[in-house]
Design a protein around this ligand. Structure first.
Ligand code: IDC
Length: 355
């Protein structure tokens, strides 16, 4: 298994020589939300009704009673790429037909994302948080940085965005904030400095929310760069209720990475906010044997996971068949691809099956 698999991607990391300036001078609206709407009561029997406010207890994610839990869910694809795939119908399907616990809203910053229309994307995320809340789903607000890989490039946009979203949802108990999807080409020190500046903005309005911090080397805990989790253990983010993200793509990452994850989980609170059943390109054949080995490990370690992605594109990561999102039917297996059927089955029954 090659160590630095991600470097072969068609979308390479920003060359190390590029000096990040600041993101374009587009500004999101000021945090004008003054009154916090009363929190919607989660419907009985839903993940949020049962587990309530989450917290980090030791290296685990705990529910309101202090019991360690594992959340299982889906990541959206880029909200700008598949705008019709995340809505009340598709979220109702993953909640009530798949039994999922959360949706991750992947709000890209570049590639036609937030930087092109801060007001529009902020409103879009706020609306989808409300949709998820009504269904009793947890929702991860993912600040999806990817290229450039230094999160500090988008620091200004991040502060404004999280100020807005947390102001709007200060009364919620179901929102998890992910401050940087996949830092790459950047040191842990730089990532930590970014987190240290963004987390206080989130904490101002949402003091108890769980915050996910991306890790070096495309959220590989540094493994893709030849580093290890030790650099985080030596210099952790000191805010409470923080977890570190680890991403894997099952056809690219195998037993050696699983061993590293199991080792890191002894010391660090980890959350798999994104994984795929194919290669790190998000495409190619699904490797369900490897995916099952990963998900069995995550189950035994009680590490939460979300699969990439709730979309209907041509890539094998799309859970919905092409064309599904222009319709209104999202439930059942008829609308699902091989990877979609696998993850629905895994979440529903604990066993993955693409049949
Ligand atoms: C991929 C999408 C692809 C898109 C590309 C760049 O599947 O359609 O062209 O991003 O925007 C990640 C990233 C995630 C990637 C995914 C698969 O977080 O944005 O999506 N991946 O390559 N990390 C590892 C793999």
């Amino acid at each position: 298994m090659p160590a630095a698999t991600k470097t072969a991607t068609a979308k390479p990391a920003t060359p190390a020589t590029k000096t990040p300036t600041t993101a374009p001078a587009t500004t999101a609206p000021a945090a004008t939300v003054t009154a916090t709407a009363p929190a919607t009561k989660a419907p009985t029997g839903t993940p949020v009704a049962i587990n309530g406010q989450l917290s980090v207890c030791g290296t685990k994610l705990c529910n309101q009673s202090g019991t360690a839990i594992q959340l299982r869910g889906m990541s959206s694809h880029g909200l700008q790429f598949f705008p019709n795939c995340v809505n009340a119908g598709s979220l109702d399907a993953i909640r009530n037909d798949w039994n999922a616990d959360f949706i991750r809203l992947s709000m890209y910053v570049q590639e036609g994302g937030l930087e092109t229309d801060p007001t529009g994307f902020t409103n879009k995320v706020n609306g989808l948080v409300d949709t998820a809340t009504k269904l009793g789903l947890y929702v991860i607000v993912d600040f999806h940085i990817l290229t450039p890989g230094d999160p500090n490039f988008n620091l200004g946009l991040a502060k404004t965005f999280f100020a807005n979203v947390t102001a709007k949802h200060a009364g919620n108990n179901n929102v998890i904030y992910e401050v940087a999807n996949e830092p790459n080409g950047v040191s842990w020190t730089a990532i930590k400095s970014y987190a240290d500046q963004v987390i206080p903005v989130i904490r101002k309005n949402s003091p108890n929310s769980v915050v996910l911090v991306g890790t070096r080397g495309f959220s590989s805990l540094g493994l893709t760069d030849g580093a290890t989790e030790q650099e985080i253990i030596d210099d952790p983010v000191t805010f409470k209720n923080v977890m570190y993200t680890f991403h894997f793509y099952a056809a690219s990452h195998g037993a050696d990475r699983r061993a590293a994850l199991a080792r890191a989980a002894k010391s660090l609170p980890l959350f798999v906010s994104e994984f795929g059943s194919q290669t790190f390109t998000g495409d190619g054949a699904n490797d369900f044997a490897s995916t099952t080995a990963w998900l069995d490990l995550l189950k035994s370690l009680k590490i939460s996971y979300g699969m990439w992605s709730l979309s209907d594109g041509r890539e094998s990561n799309s859970a919905f068949k092409q064309g599904t999102c222009s319709g209104t039917t999202f439930k059942g297996t008829g609308v699902l691809t091989e990877s979609g059927r696998y993850i629905r089955s895994r979440i529903l029954t604990g066993v993955g099956s693409a049949n």
